[in-house]
Design a protein around this ligand. Structure first.
Ligand SMILES: C[S@@+](CC[C@H](N)C(=O)[O-])C[C@H]1O[C@@H](n2cnc3c(N)ncnc32)[C@H](O)[C@@H]1O
Ligand code: SF4
Length: 429
């Protein structure tokens, strides 16, 4: 586990440097520099109840806040159109984007009217997979529906406080079955490495997935951020990375060959299915409260406060609260991490994109991962080895923990000098 520990430590350090955002009061997103393929990410932060392990950007659903929020989202969509952006894909994440299907439908219609959208992905929860809702989601033209399952084990579902909201494992299977075949890609979000999860529970979940034959399964390792650490420790105990490695090896062992890896933690039954957006799109705009976009080599973070977001959009101003400009090496490193998360990176394409010899900048990372057996160089295409796939689970786990810590901090310290100092110095990951 020495190499894994080294990777974890280095990734933590790097992420905390990458999240040194500079706050500002009149920040705005610049117009697009070229016509590269871009994705529009929309965040819907509302959930009917909050799961204790989740450190994503979410708050308890209140209709009187959610309706003006969706309206504000539509204003932000128009802002991007006015700036001259086009988007080929839309991803609506949460929170729970399907809390108000009529509002979601209006946002998607507007995006289609203004942009050349070719694919739409939306996240949801099992309780929203009713026949009526499914018809509405199909009518909205959703191509990829991603359903949060986590586990089919009733005891574990109770422990993570999802049983009473989303039903038993059996009920979740029934609801997934209703959704199968209705979308181009039906994805099930699963989780591994809960401290109380056993190998037997994991294996039973994998058997259920194989029996169901959903198009795609994403297996997230449990990510603990600063805001969930204490509660999770009290409820479920400490996280073990040894167990994480063993679990990941069982996941790949059981899913292959029926599923092929599309990213380090997403497995698809066929090619042609829609995978995670950070891999397929070089750039993306982040709309909604707390969203982070990556455009033209800079990251833009929207205000973390939902009420502030609605207010800002109401006055027609921009909701961007902070910005981070990436140096050339940071941009190359970002592409290296995201492309390899999708399993391969073409060095010639990277050289052409940036007009430099990328190896000159990336040799420390590439030599390290090659030396430890994580990367193969096949004619200037870098490919993750099976060992490397697990290393990339660690890299992405740390990336998301870093982003979530950053959001936690900004939400808590949303006023005054403390927040500003933090934005400049970065969170302690
Ligand atoms: C952020 S949620 C949004 C969609 C929906 N609310 C749900 O619960 O699926 C998307 C997925 O992120 C994953 N997730 C949430 N919290 C996580 C954590 N702390 N560590 C790892 N994965 C997590 C879960 O698999 C979840 O289904
Ligand atoms: S896991 Fe999904 S439902 Fe649970 S709090 Fe997070 S975003 Fe909401």
């Amino acid at each position: 586990m020495l190499i894994e520990k080294l990777i974890t430590r280095a990734a933590k350090k790097q992420n905390s440097a990458n999240l040194r955002f500079i706050p500002g009061t009149s920040l705005k997103v610049p117009p697009p520099k070229d016509d590269t393929g871009r994705l529009l990410y929309m965040h819907v932060p509302f959930c009917e109840e909050l799961c204790p392990y989740c450190s994503f950007n979410r708050i308890v659903f209140q209709e009187e806040l959610a309706r003006p929020y969706f309206k504000a989202l539509r204003k932000e969509i128009r802002q991007y159109a006015e700036l001259g952006y086009d988007f080929q894909a839309v991803y609506v994440g949460g929170g729970t984007p399907t809390v108000l299907p009529d509002e979601l439908g209006q946002c998607l219609s507007l995006a289609r009217e203004l942009f050349n959208v070719k694919e739409v992905s939306v996240e949801t929860n099992p309780n929203h997979l009713t026949p009526e809702n499914l018809d509405r989601l199909v009518d909205m033209g959703i191509d990829r529906l991603s359903v949060g399952v986590q586990t089919f084990d009733d005891a574990l579902l109770r422990e993570v406080q999802r049983y009473h909201k989303y039903g038993s494992g059996e009920e979740i299977v029934r609801r997934l079955t209703l959704a199968q075949g209705r979308f181009r890609t039906l994805n099930a979000d699963m989780m591994f490495n809960f401290p109380t999860q056993t190998m037997e529970v994991l294996e039973r979940d994998l058997e259920t997935i194989l029996k169901l034959g959903v198009d795609q399964v994403t297996y997230y390792p449990l990510m603990i951020s600063n805001s969930t650490r204490e509660l999770m420790k009290r409820k479920m105990g400490d996280v073990s990375y040894r167990q994480e490695k063993d679990f990941y090896s069982r996941i790949t062992g059981m899913l292959l060959p029926r599923y092929r890896p599309a990213t380090a933690w997403c497995f698809s039954r066929d090619s042609g299915l829609i995978d995670e957006y950070v891999v397929n799109y070089e750039e993306y705009a982040g709309l909604g409260s707390g969203s982070i976009g990556y455009l033209g080599g800079s990251a833009y973070a929207n205000t973390f406060d939902v009420a502030d977001y609605i207010r800002k959009m109401g006055t027609g101003s921009f909701p961007v609260a902070a910005r981070k400009d990436f140096s050339l090496r940071e941009q190359l490193r970002y592409d290296l991490i995201m492309k390899l998360f999708g399993l391969s990176l073409d060095l010639d394409l990277l050289d052409r994109k940036f007009g430099v010899n990328s190896l000159k900048y990336l040799w420390p990372e590439i030599s390290f991962f090659t030396m430890v057996g994580g990367l193969r160089n096949e004619d200037r295409v870098l490919r993750l080895t099976p060992k490397g796939q697990y290393y990339w689970v660690i890299m992405m786990r740390e990336f998301f923990i870093g982003v979530n810590n950053f959001r936690d901090y900004c939400r808590e310290e949303a006023t005054g000098a403390d927040r500003d100092a933090h934005l400049v110095t970065g969170p302690s990951a």
